[in-house]
Design a protein around this ligand. Sequence first.
Ligand code: AMP
Length: 181
Amino acid sequence: MKIILIGIQGAGKSTQGNLLSEKLKAPYLSTGHIFRDLAKEHSPLGRYIKEIMNAGYLIPDKKTLEIVSEYLKRPEYEKGYILDGFPRTIVQAKSFKNGIDKVIYLKVSDKEALWRLSYRNSDARQDETLTALRKRIELFHELTEPVLEYYRKKRLLVEIDGEKEIKEIYKEILSKIKIDP
Ligand code: AMP
């Protein structure tokens, strides 16, 4: 099964993504993780990505598409995957033709997301400054909401209230993708 998780930072995508990955025996792949790893490299590409991420901006579509399609060519992703953080723009969504089964939108308010992130931030990542978080939320509304509409029209979108308990959200996702708990 090929599943996409969409939501603002702090919506619980990685929590649910890891639960789903275990349940469906499909690998979990997060573009945020990929880019954070690349940002650690002492190369021009690493420095370039780090700068963009720390400001809360998106990596340009062309680069993102190049990197994601390279990853998804690996044999472990052949049968399916849980993809978190991609696609985030209409250009990415339209260029991504991988036979997606479901797109799960974990919906939480901006206020709740900021609250969760400031709460968990005793071990804040370098790209999690308040300015970067706000920018990321702003860009979600501007660039990623049209992606939701794109998948809604294709009848692939499943909308989930991400402000409930983790277990409840998980159960709801399973029922909406028609998997027994
Ligand atoms: P995340 O952990 O998903 O919030 O991603 C962290 C950062 O990685 C984002 O703020 C972007 O700079 C970059 N990133 C992750 N996924 C994408 C994507 N699909 N397109 C562009 N940039 C991305």
